[in-house]
Design a protein around this ligand. Sequence first.
Ligand SMILES: *Cc1c(COP(=O)(O)O)cnc(C)c1O
Length: 374
Amino acid sequence: MNQNKRIYLASPHMSEEGYEKQYIEEAFETNFIAPLGINVNEFENELSALVGVKSAAALSSGTAAIHMALKAAGIGEGDIVFCSDLTFSASVNPVRYLNAVPVFIDADIDTWNMSPMHLEKAFDKYRQLGKQVKAVVIVHLYGLTADMDRIKTLCDKSGAVLIEDAAESLGTLYKDSYTGSIGDYGIYSFNGNKIITTSGGGMVVSDQEERIHKIKFWSSQSRDPARHYQHSELGYNYRMSNIVAGIGRGQLKVLGRRIEKKKYIFEFYKKAFWDHEDIHMMPVNDWNRPNYWLSCISLKGRLSPLEVIVALEEDEIESRPIWKPMHLQPFFAEYDYIGDGISEEIYRCGVCLPSDTKLTEEDLYRIVRIIKDL
Ligand SMILES: *Cc1c(COP(=O)(O)O)cnc(C)c1O
């Protein structure tokens, strides 16, 4: 009966209790549809309390959040910003919005995230060139984490601002800290396929309350505190609406439940493929408690990611390749890349398997069967 039911990679999953609707209802009743309102303030407070930071600004997207974090860090024209090479383009585009210069740092095979070794090499190279590195944007891919102690030490030593792109890793712990709370700034995304969604939205968090205050100012058109419309700085229209924030508050209540299900999905695949030496699960380190946003595998034998993706697609099952590294993107081809081709190797062997929190055990057996039959 389930045959050919469409299976998604990761789709929106509202709370079973209908919390999101309750918060939206309240906003309707008080006519706080927009702008801002209680849901926005409370969504910021609730998320900051959860991850353990002093302040947060709810924005229209994760991309806007990265843009504002970079601006708050003082990034401008010509500044060097080190970025993860293996990531989604949205973590790098904002560097270009500010006319700054991205430099791509290779991934590590043991973490799938930025390699501390190559980061160190990059700092050395730019020191020798006499160029200051203003910031590092580090990604925590697929709910895993980078080796943050080593990366933070390197950033501190060089005086670079550390921005964590935790768009994919809300709820992930690195040792005892939530991703996004470790660097100077952290950002989250609530896009439709993320672990929780507001239909679209983002958040910047930081312990520097004054900087978050400034981000809120820029994000609401940089209106000076005057009755007449006066502007002393460039403005943006990036704030989250009170309706959208209501969805976020409801979703935050079920984050723990979603992580549990994502973990169950990961463990299911791990068990199913443990005796297949050609299929490796993405690396979960012991200092890492992931949110398991997507369950990814690496194929070591003759089977290619494309064969897996196409075979699943033929049965109405959605899967995806790993992000194509930034230094291989036509748009970013002119920028420097420091590495050994590890991100490329992960990309060439990797597949993101369906990780939808609505998946049933039956669905999982169906997915695994197709891959095993190959
Ligand atoms: C989704 C994502 C973003 C962008 O978030 P949006 O809310 O879609 O703008 C940024 N970085 C990474 C790594 C992402 O996965």
